[in-house]
Write a new protein. Structure first.
Length: 643
C-alpha cells in the first residue's frame, strides 16, 4: 500500500530545475523478469571454458568452479540434529540454488538469535565446524568518516586483518559481541537480514558471498550495520554442511538520532479518506484473494502517483492514477491537503475521477497562467486538462498514441520559446500477438513502443515532432521514465531515457535536432532501466546522473556460473551479469574537458538499491550535499527475508 513518510527533523524548500513526473510505476509483467533471468534464458550445456567474467568489486565474486554443477546433490542438512533432505533436481533447476536455500537456514539461525537474544540460548555454534576460523564480525579498527547528525564508521585495513576467531566457542562469542553494539548497551534489534549473492560449489566445499544488514536501537540512537561476509562451508560425508571459514570483506555503521528519521504518517494523513483505507490501505494479497480475474484489474499494476499544489494554497496534494479493466476501471483519486496535514477526497470536484485506465500524471503550467495544469497518460493516449486555479480541471486536448500506450511523462522547454513541451515514454507496443510485446533479445531489446516528443504550440495545441527533431533514432526500446537536464551546460535541455531490458538513451539537444549520444559519452548502461535522476553530487557545477535498475541476488548468483549461457559470447555474458548488478551513478566529466561520463557506481557503493523503481537526488539533512533516495520493492509473497 502507499505510505506517506514524514521527516521528524527540519524541513526545507527546494527549487527544481526543469520539470519531471514525481512518480514511478510498478509494471505487473515485470514479475516475469526474475523467471526470465534464472530460467528461460539459461542454456544448460557443457561446462563453460575458462574466460573472463565481470565481477563487481563492490561485492567480490567467488571464482567459479570447474565443475558443471549438474550432478545429483548429496543429502545436505543445516543442523546435525535436524537433517534436511535435498530433493532431486529437475531439468532446468540449479543445484547452487538448492544449496543457497539451505545455507539461508544457517543464516536464519543467526538472525533469530540476534532478534530474540533475551528469549533464547545462543546455539549458533552448532552451525560451524570444530576447526572454524574467522575474523571479528564487528571489526575493532573502525574509522569515523563522517560526524554530526549522521555518524558513519567504516572498517579499515580489512584486507590485512588476521583470523582471530577460532572454533565453535569463538564463533558463539563473536555473535554475542555483535549484540553489544558500539556502546555496549543495545535495547533491541529491530531488523536483521542476510542475502547470499554468489555461490561457488566445489567437490568438498561451497564458497559464498553474503550481504547482511541490521538495525538496532540504543538509548536515543539508531544504528544500521551493512556488511559483506566471505564464507566457506564444508560438505561432509554424513550430508551436513557447516561453516568453516568467515572473513568480513566490508563493514559500515551509520548512526543517527532516533528522532532524526522518517516516520510513517499514512494513517494520520489519510484519516478522513475512507475510500483510501478501504482500497489502497489493503495489501496486494488482500485484493488478489477478492478481485475477479475476468475484470482484468491488476492490483500489482503500473500506476504511480503525482504530487502538486492543485488549488494554489501552498500545500502539496496527491493524485493517484488507477488501473482499468474490461468493464471500465477504477476512478482516479485526488486527495487535497488541509492546513492540519490531513487530506480530503477531491476527486469528483476536480473532474479528474476518470474511469479510463491511467498510468501516470504530470502537473505543470502548460498555458502559463500561474497554476498547475495536468497531462494524464491513459491507456489510449495523453489527455491535457486545464486548471481553473482552484483545483477544478477541464479537458482541453488529447493526443492518441496508436503505436504504444504512454507510461510516463516529462516536461521541459526544449526549444526555449517560453512554454513547456512534453516527452512521452512508452513501454510495450500495441499488438495482437503477446509474443511481440516481449523484449527481444532479453538483454538488449529493440522491439518496444515508440516514444513521442510533443511540442507546445500554445492554445492547447501539441504537435508530434519526434521524427522532425531526430528523436526517432533508437526509439523502439522499453522506456519506463525520462528526465530533462542541461548536462553539457550549453543553455538548452537534453533528456535521458531509462529503458528496461537494454540500452538507455541520452538525447543531446543541438538546437535544431537531438542526437542520441549515450554510447558516445558512456551512459548506455545496458540493464533494467526504470528511472533516472539528475544532481550535482560532487558539487563541481556539472549535473551527474543516477539510474535506477534491478539488483537481483539470484541473478548475481547464477549469471556467474560457468554453465549459465554456455554458448553465449563474452559480451553477451557480461550484459546478463550486468543486468543484475543494480543502480548506476555516472559522474559528469565535461567540466574536466572530457566529453564523457564515468561510471562511479561501484567505488561509491551505490549499486545495491534493491529492485529500484526510481530514485531522487535530495539534500535530506541540509548539509549542502545531494543525497539519494531510492524507491524499491517487489512482490515477494511468502518469502519475506529478501533484502
Amino acid at each position: 500500500m502507499p505510505r506517506f513518510l514524514k521527516h521528524s527533523g527540519h524541513q526545507r524548500s527546494a527549487k527544481i530545475k526543469g520539470f519531471e513526473s514525481d512518480f514511478q510505476h510498478n509494471f505487473c509483467c515485470l514479475g516475469m523478469r526474475f523467471f526470465l533471468l534464472i530460467a528461460v534464458s539459461f542454456t544448460l550445456g557443457c561446462t563453460r571454458p575458462s574466460r573472463p567474467t565481470a565481477p563487481d568489486a563492490e561485492s567480490p565474486q567467488i571464482r567459479p568452479s570447474q565443475t558443471s554443477g549438474l550432478e545429483r546433490p548429496a543429502q545436505i542438512s543445516i543442523n546435525a540434529e535436524d537433517p534436511i533432505s535435498n530433493p532431486e533436481l529437475r531439468d532446468g533447476e540449479w543445484r547452487t540454488e538448492h544449496l543457497t536455500e539451505q545455507i539461508d537456514r544457517h543464516l536464519s539461525s543467526i538472525t533469530n538469535f540476534l532478534l530474540q537474544a533475551s528469549q533464547q540460548k545462543n546455539n549458533t555454534s552448532a552451525l560451524v565446524s570444530d576447526d572454524f576460523r574467522g575474523t571479528a564480525l564487528r571489526p575493532t579498527d573502525l574509522v569515523t568518516v563522517r560526524d554530526g547528525d549522521f555518524v558513519i564508521r567504516r572498517a579499515d585495513n580489512l584486507a590485512r586483518s588476521q583470523s582471530d576467531i577460532q572454533g565453535k566457542a569463538g564463533f558463539a562469542k563473536a555473535i554475542e559481541q555483535l549484540l553489544a553494539g558500539p556502546d555496549g548497551a543495545i535495547e533491541s534489534w529491530t531488523r536483521c537480514k542476510f542475502k547470499v549473492v554468489s555461490v561457488d560449489e566445489q567437490p568438498d566445499r561451497v564458497a559464498t558471498n553474503v550481504m547482511w544488514q541490521a538495525l538496532f536501537d540504543s538509548n536515543d540512537r539508531s544504528t544500521q550495520i551493512t556488511s559483506t561476509w566471505h564464507c566457506v562451508w564444508s560438505s561432509s560425508s554424513d550430508g551436513t554442511v557447516r561453516l568453516t571459514r568467515l572473513a568480513v570483506a566490508q563493514y559500515e555503521e551509520v548512526e543517527t538520532s532516533r528522532f532524526n528519521r522518517f516516520v510513517d504518517a499514512t494513517n494520520r494523513v489519510m484519516q478522513n479518506a475512507e475510500d483510501f483505507r478501504a482500497q489502497l490501505g489493503q495489501s496486494i494479497d488482500y485484493w488478489y484473494d477478492r478481485m475477479e480475474h475476468s475484470f482484468c484489474i491488476m492490483p500489482s499494476s503500473y500506476q504511480g502517483i503525482s504530487v502538486a499544489d492543485v488549488n494554489g494554497d501552498g500545500l502539496d496534494d496527491l493524485f493517484v492514477p488507477q488501473p482499468g479493466g474490461v468493464a471500465g476501471g477504477l476512478p482516479n483519486k485526488l486527495y487535497v491537503q488541509q492546513s492540519d496535514g490531513t487530506t480530503v477526497d477531491w476527486s469528483q470536484e476536480s473532474n479528474l475521477d476518470w474511469l479510463i485506465e491511467t498510468h501516470s500524471a504530470l502537473f505543470v503550467d502548460f498555458d502559463e497562467d500561474g497554476d498547475q495544469d495536468v497531462a494524464v497518460a491513459t491507456v489510449m493516449g495523453v489527455v491535457f486538462a486545464e486548471n481553473d486555479g482552484h483545483g477544478r480541471f477541464s479537458r482541453r486536448a488529447t493526443k492518441l498514441t496508436p503505436d504504444a500506450p504512454p507510461m510516463s511523462l516529462a516536461a521541459a522547454d526544449y526549444d526555449n520559446d517560453g512554454d513547456l513541451d512534453l516527452y512521452v515514454c512508452c513501454y510495450s507496443p500495441r499488438t495482437s500477438s503477446p509474443l511481440m510485446g516481449r523484449p527481444i533479445p532479453y538483454h538488449d531489446a529493440n522491439n518496444g513502443g515508440r516514444n513521442l516528443l510533443l511540442r507546445n504550440d500554445r492554445g492547447w495545441r501539441f504537435r508530434d515532432v519526434t521524427k522532425q527533431m531526430g528523436m526517432d533514432a533508437n526509439n523502439r526500446r522499453f522506456s519506463f521514465a525520462a528526465s530533462w537536464e542541461d548536462f553539457d551546460n550549453d543553455g538548452d535541455m537534453d533528456i535521458y531515457v531509462a529503458n528496461d531490458y537494454g540500452r538507455n538513451n541520452l538525447f543531446r539537444n543541438d538546437a535544431d535536432s537531438f542526437h542520441d549520444v549515450a554510447a558516445e559519452v558512456g551512459v548506455e548502461d545496458i540493464s533494467a532501466g526504470m528511472g533516472v535522476t539528475w544532481g550535482d553530487f560532487n558539487r563541481d557545477g556539472w549535473m551527474d546522473a543516477y539510474v535506477s535498475n534491478m539488483w537481483s541476488s539470484a541473478g548475481r548468483r547464477i549469471a556467474f556460473q560457468r554453465t549459465f549461457q554456455s554458448s553465449a559470447d563474452d559480451q553477451t555474458l557480461r550484459q546478463f551479469q550486468r543486468h543484475a548488478r543494480g543502480n548506476s551513478l555516472f559522474a559528469n566529466r565535461f567540466g574536466d574537458g572530457r566529453a564523457q561520463f564515468d561510471d562511479v557506481s561501484v567505488p561509491l557503493g551505490v549499486t545495491m538499491g534493491r529492485w529500484a523503481w526510481c530514485s531522487q537526488f535530495a539534500d535530506i539533512n541540509n548539509d549542502g550535499n545531494e543525497d539519494l533516495l531510492v524507491a524499491n520493492g517487489f512482490i515477494t509473497q511468502e518469502k519475506s527475508d529478501d533484502l
